[in-house]
Design a protein around this ligand. Structure first.
Ligand SMILES: CC(C)(COP(=O)(O)OP(=O)(O)OC[C@H]1O[C@@H](n2cnc3c(N)ncnc32)[C@H](O)[C@@H]1OP(=O)(O)O)[C@@H](O)C(=O)NCCC(=O)NCCS
Length: 334
């Protein structure tokens, strides 16, 4: 075989330059971007990272394409009532240098990566596609639908008629707050289906990684301090967790642990306070539970998600059959 997908060594690592895709697009200067990459590499989540590079045998220092994987645990609750636990590799930063694009290198990399992860004995692998539904499907990562609700700040301000004091979710209490997460969708599945999931309770390190990134961007781009990433109702254990998409002036609620409309309203108040403080325009929710969001759905736009599409490959040969994927939210996953 002409090409190799290898774990990058020190010298190859220095040759990967993704600034154009994830620095420039977020309005960061090169030095801000590099600083941030360095800071994130010091977090505990980083120990789960592997950086791969696609190279030609004879030219090991010409990077043709690259990507990262992050290892975590995952489970399938099977239609027959069993729980299969395994490892899942989340893929991020799929990148081909501009001068090498359109020559099939990312495709070659994904084909090789599929086999590498399979040979590691992984149960599954996921990614969020920014290049549509079809590209990654060719190599085994199947597209899974998700919905998005976008609520304009102004509409919510009119809808909420009361104030309430809420506990903030910070990096210091995040682990405790996550313990309240209720795997509702799985427990309530009486139907005979295989359900794939990563328990958000296990996601502390990846969330920390995401929040440090968000905090950095808020400081650099908005000159604002972010000291919390969600709100929490202590009496019931319900909460919202969020991050920002600053360029879209969007606060993204990426994890909702809430089971009543009354609590939703309260959590929405806390969320709106932060939207105002950070000068965001909209709040978005991933896969909102329509029974609870019934009241607010008409205030905004509810539609299929079209960016950062969730894709999943089941890699284990021991597991046959289709799966339904719950909690496929980006930002639970990098
Ligand atoms: C996306 C990317 C990795 C593709 O790399 P590549 O080596 O040129 O890919 P290949 O030559 O193997 O395949 C190109 C395919 O990607 C598709 N593609 C590339 N960019 C795309 C985009 N923005 N939207 C949809 N499809 C896209 C091409 O249409 C082509 O499809 P085809 O095989 O059906 O003709 C590269 O363009 C890149 O690094 N982009 C910037 C970073 C990025 O967006 N990464 C993806 C994150 S999910």
């Amino acid at each position: 075989m002409k090409y190799n997908l290898v774990v990058a060594d020190e010298k190859q690592l220095k040759l990967i330059d993704t600034y154009e895709a994830w620095g420039l697009s977020r309005n960061l200067t090169r030095s801000q971007y590099e600083n941030q990459e360095r800071n994130l590499s010091k977090t505990s989540f980083f120990k789960y990272q592997t950086q791969y590079v696609l190279i030609e045998h004879s030219k090991p220092f010409e990077i043709l394409s690259s990507c990262e994987t992050y290892e975590r645990s995952c489970s399938i609750s099977t239609a027959t009532g069993e729980l299969v636990n395994g490892r899942c590799f989340s893929i991020a930063s799929v990148f081909t240098p501009p001068n090498h694009r359109g020559k099939g290198f990312a495709s070659e990399m994904m084909k090789l990566l599929f086999n590498i992860l399979k040979n590691k004995g992984a149960l599954a692998s996921n990614l969020n596609s920014d290049v549509g539904r079809l590209f990654y499907a060719k190599f085994g990562w199947k597209f899974f639908e998700s919905k998005n609700l976008i609520l304009p700040k102004q509409a919510l301000l009119k809808w909420i008629k009361f104030r309430v004091e809420l506990k903030k979710v910070t990096l210091d209490n995040l682990k405790t707050v996550l313990r309240f997460f209720n795997l509702n969708s799985i427990k309530h599945h009486k139907v005979k289906k295989n359900i794939f999931f990563v328990d958000p309770k296990e996601s502390f390190e990846s969330l920390e990684w995401i929040y440090l990134d968000t905090k950095f961007l808020a400081k650099v781009l908005l000159n604002l301090d972010m000291d919390h990433f969600g709100v929490f109702l202590q009496e019931t254990g319900e909460f919202f967790l969020w991050t920002l998409e600053i360029e879209k002036k969007k606060l993204v609620v990426h994890l909702v642990n809430c089971w009543s409309q009354n609590s939703l309203k309260k959590l929405m108040v806390g969320c709106l306070d932060e939207v105002e403080r950070l000068q965001m325009d909209v709040i978005s929710f991933w896969n909102p539970n329509l029974e609870i969001f019934d009241d607010v759905i008409n205030l905004g736009e509810y539609s299929d998600r079209e960016k950062s599409l969730s894709c999943l490959a089941i890699l284990s040969d021991d597991f046959k059959g289709d799966v339904e994927w719950v909690y496929n939210e980006k930002y639970l996953w990098v």
